[in-house]
Ligand binder design. Structure first.
Ligand SMILES: Nc1ncnc2c1ncn2[C@@H]1O[C@H](COP(=O)(O)OP(=O)(O)OP(=O)(O)O)[C@@H](O)[C@H]1O
Ligand SMILES: Cc1cn([C@H]2C[C@H](O)[C@@H](COP(=O)(O)O)O2)c(=O)[nH]c1=O
Length: 671
């Protein structure tokens, strides 16, 4: 029998996609234009502030204006631009767009007034709306299908990874503007914002040149693009998410994360001014957010690997909100930068978990619409927060307070950040409560368990298909009920794989013989745990995962909870350690539903005609197993269904099909 391809992606995927010369060149062009975009954003907001000439309210209004004009075209024209861009030669379109962006950015510092700053910003955004779909449509022509996901990952890196580099360059320009002006022999000295805008312009010229040389991009118009309107995707996505508590919590939380990050970005320029710091500090603060975000995205999920993703999401969001509140109270720039890195870090964690979980929790058929919904709602809320927060700050104005001998100044930016942080905390707490798994496990004990490496991270990981496990003591009726359920599901049009542990595979059957044969005699508890885990690893790898990926329903008679109950409680090993082995063996594949057939051990054993090596264990062993099952179910009532196995076979079957029949992805529920 040939084994399926491993589920985990190869480590060097991202590097290998960049080894494709044509894609690498396009990627470099993307990285340059993203870098230019970030530098342009920093420069435009700095210029808007400069043009206000020291008027606090005017500076805030002007900065809000920059964000509004940069985001509005995408909200209003986004879907239409995609359709129009479809009709043109992609390569030529990208070159024209880049040359236009070069000219527009070049003109902003030359003209140097508000009117042209806003007009040019709107035009740049409109041009970008045509460039982006042309670029998106070109990527599939340059990389094989199997590498598309890695291509998207490195594209994201180019889009966001360039932000801190742009911010550092902006700070450097701000620090050395005088020297640079002198070196260039400028008679009318340019500000850091002007210089940044010139560099930005040149980055687009470079991008145009790269694409011009990239003959691999087909010259024809692109294939059909997703052109659904924002209104339509909002509505369709909304209809799908309203039924799921977890997805609702996720989206609500992600909006909270964007709300907090948007407030920092929208208010950063005036906030650093309130801290008596200049343009260099603005760049550093901006870089700090992205540096923190990058840290959170890269290391967060790995560092907190043992912790429940659903809980971690709400917690990191709440911490981000708290950090925003603290940031608003800080009057020292160095401290503010440190807090901003932490704020970015926790926002990064919630962002990456949010997106990953959306991918995991949302079924294949509705994933596209859900993501479209999330993207639309994020754009709309970003426009609102970026536009509104400087306006609120302007309305609040400047305030100085005296306490005995000290005076402190808290301006509108600080007050607005405080409120934004407060709202983010509320959102974090609500989404934590809404998404929290295992409601009977307290946060503190979950943190302790995570440090010990317990089951925390194991929560709803099935991507496609439905995975149901049956658990219970000896003779409790598992085999009888799994067969009845299989028949019922097949009558309802499902493809079903019924399997068991140990022994779902050829190798598993050999292990089963050794494990259950009375002649085997005593096996050390740890060796026994490893043998069951070995059977499980092979079972998941070669049978269960492939079936789930085919979209089938997998029913297994016993899975990892058996090991926790038998080897953990029965053999008196640490259940947390046994769980950890299973998590490793299965790459955390967790059942959608686990049915526990609960029966006093004595009755179950009494139903059997012969006894194997495990069944021959004393009654106390089997009672410990039963109690451990009940304990597991108590901790995670969402995953477990405990059934009274002393009822009749038909009564039990009815209880089970009532619960299974409610699973949303069953064909009968999708009609
Ligand atoms: N609800 C029930 N009431 C009475 N007898 C039952 C019930 N369910 C199953 N049985 C009988 O109990 C015996 C054991 O049932 P079954 O093989 O389904 O249990 P099991 O949990 O799979 O056992 P094992 O742990 O040994 O694999 C069978 O003879 C079966 O007909
Ligand atoms: C998966 C698994 C099973 N066991 C024990 C439980 C039973 O005594 C046997 C399996 O027999 P069954 O007739 O198929 O129920 O193995 C275990 O101890 N640990 C496990 O992980």
């Amino acid at each position: 029998m040939s084994l399926p391809f491993p589920a985990a992606p190869a480590q060097s995927e991202s590097r290998s996609v960049l080894a494709i010369p044509a894609f690498r060149k396009l990627w470099q062009a993307m990285a340059f234009s993203s870098f230019g975009d970030w530098l342009g954003l920093l420069a435009s907001t700095a210029l808007a502030q400069q043009l206000a000439g020291g008027d606090y309210a005017k500076a805030n209004f002007a900065i809000a204006g920059v964000f509004i004009v940069r985001l509005l075209p995408a909200v209003i024209l986004g879907p239409f631009a995609g359709v129009i861009a479809d009709k043109f030669d992609r390569r030529k379109l990208m070159i024209i767009c880049d040359v236009l962006r070069f000219s527009l950015y070049l003109s902003i510092p030359i003209v140097g007034n508000y009117f042209w700053l806003y007009t040019a910003s709107i035009l740049v955004e409109i041009v970008t709306l045509f460039w982006s779909p042309a670029k998106e449509a070109s990527v599939p022509n340059l990389v094989p299908k199997s590498k598309l996901e890695s291509a998207n990952q490195v594209s994201l890196l180019a889009a966001y990874g360039t932000a801190p580099i742009a911010a550092i360059l902006f700070s450097t320009l701000a620090l050395f503007t005088g020297a640079i002006n002198a070196a260039l022999g400028n008679t009318t000295p340019a500000s850091a914002a002007d210089l940044a805008l010139y560099i930005n312009a040149v980055s687009f010229l470079f991008c145009a040149y790269t694409v011009w040389r990239l003959k691999e991009i087909p010259s024809g118009p692109s294939q059909k693009l997703n052109s659904s309107s924002i209104g339509k995707s909002l509505w369709e996505g909304f209809s799908f998410i309203k039924g799921s508590k977890i997805i609702r919590g996720l989206i609500f939380g992600m909006l909270g994360a964007f709300f907090a990050a948007g407030a920092v970005i929208g208010l950063a320029r005036t906030f650093v001014d309130d801290l008596q710091a200049g343009e260099a500090a603005y760049g550093i603060l901006f870089a700090a957010v992205f540096f923190g975000l990058a840290l959170g995205i890269s290391f967060g999920p790995r560092v907190f690997a043992q912790f429940s993703r659903r809980r971690l999401f709400g917690i990191s969001l709440t911490i981000s909100g708290l950090l925003l509140v603290i940031l608003s109270l800080v009057l020292n720039l160095v401290l503010a930068i440190f807090i901003t890195v932490l704020l970015g870090l926790f926002s990064g964690i919630s962002w990456v978990i949010g997106f990953t979980m959306l991918g995991l929790e949302v079924e294949d058929e509705v994933r596209g619409r859900t993501f479209a919904f999330v993207q639309s709602i994020i754009r709309v809320s970003l426009v609102l927060v970026l536009a509104i927060s400087p306006l609120v700050a302007a309305a609040i104005g400047e305030h100085t307070y005296s306490f005995r001998t000290t005076t402190v100044t808290y301006n509108g930016a600080a007050f607005t950040m405080f409120f934004a942080g407060f709202i983010a905390v509320l959102v974090g707490v609500i989404s934590y409560r809404q998404m929290r798994d295992r409601p009977n496990v307290s946060l503190l004990s979950d943190i302790k368990s995570a440090f010990r490496g317990e089951l925390g991270a194991i929560t709803g990981q099935v991507t496609s298909g439905v995975f149901i496990s049956f658990e219970g003591g000896e003779g409790s009726g598992k085999s009888t009920q799994t067969k009845l359920l299989k028949d019922w599901l097949e009558k309802n049009g499902e493809e079903v794989l019924l399997t068991r542990e140990p022994g779902g595979t050829t190798l598993g059957n050999q292990l089963r013989d050794i494990l259950l044969d009375n002649k085997t005699g005593v096996i050390s508890p740890r060796a026994e745990a490893l043998m069951y885990a070995a059977d499980r690893a092979h079972h998941v790898f070669s049978l269960i995962r492939p079936a789930l990926q085919r979209g089938e329903i997998v029913i297994t008679d016993r899975y990892f909870d058996s090991s926790i109950a038998y080897q953990g409680a029965g053999r008196v090993l640490l259940p947390s350690e046994v769980a950890r082995i299973s998590r490793w063996a299965t790459e955390s594949l967790t059942p959608t539903l686990t049915v526990i057939m609960d029966l006093p051990a004595e009755i179950g054993l009494g139903r059997l005609h012969s006894t194997d090596r495990l069944e021959s264990e004393p009654l106390a062993f089997h009672e410990r197993v039963r109690q451990e099952y009940l304990n597991l179910a108590h901790l995670d009532p969402e995953r477990f269904l405990v059934v009274d196995a002393s009822l009749t076979i038909e009564q039990i079957h009815q209880i089970i099909i009532e619960r299974v029949g409610a699973i949303k992805t069953l064909k009968r529920n999708l009609k």
